[in-house]
Ligand binder design. Structure first.
Ligand code: HEM
Length: 492
């Protein structure tokens, strides 16, 4: 009898706590299921489509429960801008969960807050500028890897290839080169191990963290059914990989000859030690920051390049137009420099359209508020996870006519010049906006132009082009597909 009463009490408390009226929450579907909340409304479905339908019903701000976790979903450019820019000081925290607290332990950039976040983000942004964001050195690192991809395509002799692994390896090498001044051969076993740990961790974190966040009691389940401990072990293995690099750098460091991100970080640690200032810079923090750069810059850019090639296979006429534009500006079979981009508006417009329709990080990274916040007439609770629905902008038919069509011309004006579309924000806006947007755009520019300078991208023989269907995790990765890289008829 007592047990039944207790269960009833839990259910009543759940229903009371989760009804939007009792807490003045934004409207949303009723969490009629104790423990699982609104999960049945989204599980196994196209989440982005489900959110689109909820927006039509409840408006630009709605709330729902993933298990015990309250999610507030923010939609539409004006509301997103109000949250991230006008009220950015309030909405720039990150929620506490398995990923932020246990995997990242509040260090680094992505899941840190307060002084740590401010100092590490500011340092990383200016380090990227000092090292050559938009200048030659990053471009050289990217070109080196792009040429390796061309070699890989050549070796495949026009056979069908799944490009994802090769693109992930080359994007990871670009980050190695920027951060640690070195690259790995693709057949190096240590590099393989690193790539494997990164992929595994991303999958484990994707699965385990969602479930642990929704159902915190799963943390205490015996035998680690969600492989949470395996994810933590992987994190430590990845970090030990960075640790060796740090020690190598310390031995050869010369403050007059800065080579890479790690050297700049060592300089910062020394500067703070000399000045006797209390700071957040340490070897351990460097490990976390580097982990974040690989975590944030690896899967995202890989996803973007995979979308780019998928859309190009689907649209041979767009491949032909880019080739013609590049041939006219730099000559046939040549790879343009990033500084040529202003003379290549159609290529630029194609990159924008890939970022729009590919929707690489469609729900950004969850935000949070430091205290209960009153916004647009609702209470946004301190313990909620705030999802910034960038997909509600990229697929808004008012902003982008026929939003599901791949149409680079939408980013060009009538004279063929690039059109500035303020609402187009694939890298988010405000204090937490992406710090790697320039490198990502440079990667897309060089990958597309280099590959098209030498190859035509076509589907495997006798097969239709791949469907543009994404698999949603933190990124929206295209479903695995194969293409053939066929030598351009007039290429040398
Ligand atoms: C096409 C590629 C990429 C896309 C679409 C992308 C998009 C995003 C988005 C939407 C966010 C979340 C912003 C928010 O929370 O409001 C983000 C954060 C971040 N990105 Fe990127 N990103 C890309 C590539 C990169 C690269 C190459 C790097 C670095 C090498 C990078 C580093 C970061 C970092 C460190 C953050 C966290 C910023 C913070 O919390 O303060 N990203 N990115």
């Amino acid at each position: 009898m007592l047990e039944i009463l207790l269960i009833l009490l839990v259910i009543i408390l759940f229903v009371y706590n989760t009804t939007s009226k009792s807490r003045n929450l934004p409207p949303g579907p009723k969490p009629i299921y104790p423990i699982i909340g609104n999960l049945p409304a989204v599980a196994g479905k196209d989440v982005l489509l489900a959110f689109r339908e909820m927006r039509t019903k409840y408006g630009d701000i709605f709330s729902l429960y993933f298990g015990h976790q309250l999610m507030i979903v923010i939609n539409g450019y004006e509301t997103i801008k109000a949250v991230l820019v006008k009220h950015g000081a309030l909405f720039s925290e990150r929620p506490h969960n398995f990923l932020s607290d246990e995997m990242c332990q509040g260090r680094g950039i992505i899941f840190s807050t307060g002084k740590i976040w401010k100092e590490q983000r500011r340092f990383s942004t200016s380090a990227f500028q000092e090292l050559g964001f938009g200048k030659l050195s990053f471009e050289e690192s990217i070109k080196t890897e792009v040429l390796k991809v061309l070699e890989f395509f050549e070796e495949k002799q026009e056979c069908p290839i799944d490009i994802k692994e090769c693109i992930f390896a080359s994007i990871t090498n670009i980050i190695f080169s920027i951060v640690m001044g070195k690259r790995y051969n693709y057949d190096d076993p240590a590099f393989h191990e690193f790539l494997l740990k990164m992929v595994e961790t991303s999958q484990l974190v994707g699965n385990a963290s969602i479930l642990v966040n929704c159902f915190p009691f799963l943390r205490y389940c015996p035998f680690d059914p969600l492989k949470k401990n395996f994810a933590l072990q992987n994190r430590d293995k990845i970090k030990s990989f960075f640790k060796d690099t740090y020690e190598e750098h310390r031995k050869t460091y010369n403050r007059e000859y800065i080579r890479d991100f790690v050297d700049l970080y060592i300089r910062e640690i020394e500067k703070n030690a000399e000045a006797g200032t209390e700071s957040t810079f340490s070897e351990e923090m460097l490990n976390s920051v580097i982990g974040d750069l690989f975590g944030a810059g690896g899967e995202t850019s890989t996803t973007a390049v995979c979308w780019a090639f998928l859309y190009l296979v689907r649209h041979p006429e767009i491949q032909a137009r880019i080739r013609e534009e590049v041939d006219n500006v730099v000559g046939p079979n040549k790879i343009p420099s990033y500084s040529d981009r202003h003379k290549l508006p159609f290529l630029e417009a194609t990159i924008f359209e890939v970022l729009r329709l590919g929707d690489v990080v469609p729900l950004a990274i969850p935000h949070a508020v430091p205290n209960n916040v009153f916004f647009c007439g609702y209470t946004i609770p301190k313990d909620s996870s705030i999802l910034i629905n960038l997909n509600s902008i990229s697929h808004d038919p008012v902003l982008f006519n026929n939003p599901t069509h791949f149409k680079p011309e939408r980013f060009l004006d009538s004279s063929g010049t690039i059109k500035n579309v303020t609402e187009f924000i694939p890298f988010s806006i405000g204090r937490r906006r992406c710090i790697g947007s320039t490198v990502a755009r440079m990667e897309l520019f060089l990958f597309i132009s280099a590959v098209l300078s030498k190859f035509e991208l076509v589907p495997p023989e006798g097969q239709p082009p791949p469907d543009p269907v994404g698999i949603l995790g933190i990124t929206n990765m295209p479903r695995p597909y194969k293409l053939r890289a066929v030598f351009r008829r007039n290429s040398s």
